[in-house]
Design a binder for this molecule. Structure first.
Ligand code: COA
Length: 426
């Protein structure tokens, strides 16, 4: 297949700004957040970003939230409940959005559209996911059970990692890319080791702390309505950092069993299954200026494209090409890339296709180390990128993800302080 997109969506925004963003620590599957619904993780992140940004909840005009798997029976009201319990006025509408692993980016696209079209000045976006609380579901029993009939429970998490159209799993789509791009197991393990090492370095340097709010046992109250709560697993009373990153030299990763015979993907070089939420405030320039806010980034443009389902992981390549072509930019002008690490071979294939410099890619670690709570990931990548651009005194950054089923999505950010930072550093 060609990684060039013939069709796709592209939007440029003149005046859409990322004011601030925060996330919860990402917790391993069946770990600290096992009993917490994605709604409550989302409320936690939303309250935290409102508090830190200084944007009054009363100023929010629109709530947009996404979560792929239903973590409880009330997913229909996800965005509504996040908005209400974050303190947003009762009269403000709320929208649920899903674009699988691209959901977090889609939230920014939707917010950008709402602001550009004049529907809203200030939007609260929240991506949240509990991989742990994926249901074990039975779909076909509305008509009742005949005595002795097979009861067809299915594991939502396991089944959703397969795309029934090509009849293969997500890691198998990465195996297809490994074959196509000649990527070896040793190269994938080397990449995964780097993701863990960078995540640990970023933690030790305090980078992750700057975008993370600790999660503690807590009750969310809302006058006249039922309390909601966060209850961490076991005796834990607070989680302050991501649980998955660990020292992972290639020599250790090399000992792990491949997921498929002769394949390159293992449990160590695929994204970790994790739970978490990330929230951000997006506004017009007029709102930011009037409130004296210092936006972290300008959201310049977004692109989303389709690719063949059997190589879904290549999606970021044509999405980034479309994004940059339409913005009149090229890869050399992009200071930093954040591309979701669904699988090691997948991100290496994108890197090769676009001829990316690894020193500018996922420099604070990626989902192999941190985990990939599907709908939260795009928000995490965007807020990480905005902060990293500042740290590295860069002007432009691109954040992107592949999407199961065969799509790619990408956002272009501009650092509003790039000129001043470069002058200061000169
Ligand atoms: C790949 C996958 C199936 C592995 O699931 P799993 O088998 O439950 O994974 P585990 O975390 O138990 O890891 C498997 C083994 O590798 C080990 N391991 C994982 N990461 C490691 C590391 N960094 N260093 C050392 N060992 C590691 C684990 O300890 C475990 O060892 P054990 O079997 O002795 O207990 C799962 O993570 C997955 O599906 N990931 C991709 C998700 C995905 O595709 N998302 C959507 C993108 S489109």
């Amino acid at each position: 297949m060609s990684a060039a997109a013939s069709k796709g969506f592209f939007q440029a925004y003149d005046d859409v700004w990322l004011i601030d963003g925060l996330r919860t620590p990402m917790a391993d599957y069946c770990g600290a957040y096992s009993h917490i619904s994605p709604t409550d993780l989302g409320i936690k992140a939303a309250r935290a970003v409102l508090r830190r940004s200084g944007v009054p909840a009363a100023d929010i005009d629109s709530v947009i939230s996404g979560s792929m798997a239903p973590g409880d029976c009330y997913q229909y009201m996800l965005a509504r409940h996040i908005g209400l319990y974050a303190g947003v006025p009762l009269t403000v509408p709320a929208l649920n959005v899903q674009r699988i692993c691209g959901t977090g980016f889609e939230l920014f696209r939707q917010a950008g559209d709402q602001i550009a079209l004049g529907y809203a000045d200030t939007v609260l976006v929240v991506g949240t996911e509990s991989m742990t609380r994926n249901p074990i579901a039975a779909f076909g029993h509305r008509g009742g059970f005949k005595l002795g009939a097979q009861v067809g429970f299915e594991d939502f998490l396991w089944e959703a990692l397969t795309d029934p159209a090509p009849g293969i799993t997500m890691p198998q789509t990465a195996e297809n890319l490994a074959r196509q791009y000649g990527i070896t197991r040793a190269e994938v393990d080397k990449y995964a080791a780097l993701s863990h090492a960078r995540a640990l370095d970023a933690r030790n340097a305090g980078f992750h702390a700057g975008e993370t709010v600790a999660v503690a046992n807590e009750v969310f109250t809302l006058d006249g309505y039922a309390d909601r709560r966060i209850l961490l697993s076991g005796a834990l009373t607070e989680l302050a950092q991501d649980t998955h990153p660990r020292i992972s030299p290639p020599s250790v990763l090399a000992t792990l069993r491949p997921l498929y015979p002769h394949g390159v993907q293992t449990g160590g070089n695929s994204c970790a299954l994790a739970d978490g939420a990330a929230a951000a405030i997006v506004s017009s320039g007029a709102y930011a200026m009037a409130g004296g806010h210092r936006p972290q980034a300008r959201i310049v443009a977004a692109a989303v494209v389709g690719v063949p389902p059997e190589v879904m992981g290549i999606g970021p390549a044509p999405a980034i090409r479309l994004l940059l072509d339409r913005c009149g930019l090229g890869v050399p002008q992009i200071g930093l890339f954040e591309i979701n690490e669904a699988q090691g071979a997948q991100v290496i294939a994108v890197e090769r296709e676009l001829k990316l410099d690894r020193d500018r890619l996922n420099i604070h670690g990626g989902a192999i180390a941190l985990g990939h709570p599907l709908a939260a990931t795009g928000v995490r990548l965007t807020i990480t990128l905005a902060r990293a651009l500042d740290l590295r005194r860069q002007r432009y950054g691109v954040a992107a993800a592949c999407i199961g089923g065969g799509q790619g999505i990408a956002l272009l950010l501009e650092n509003p302080r790039w000129r001043q930072l470069q002058n200061d550093g000169a």
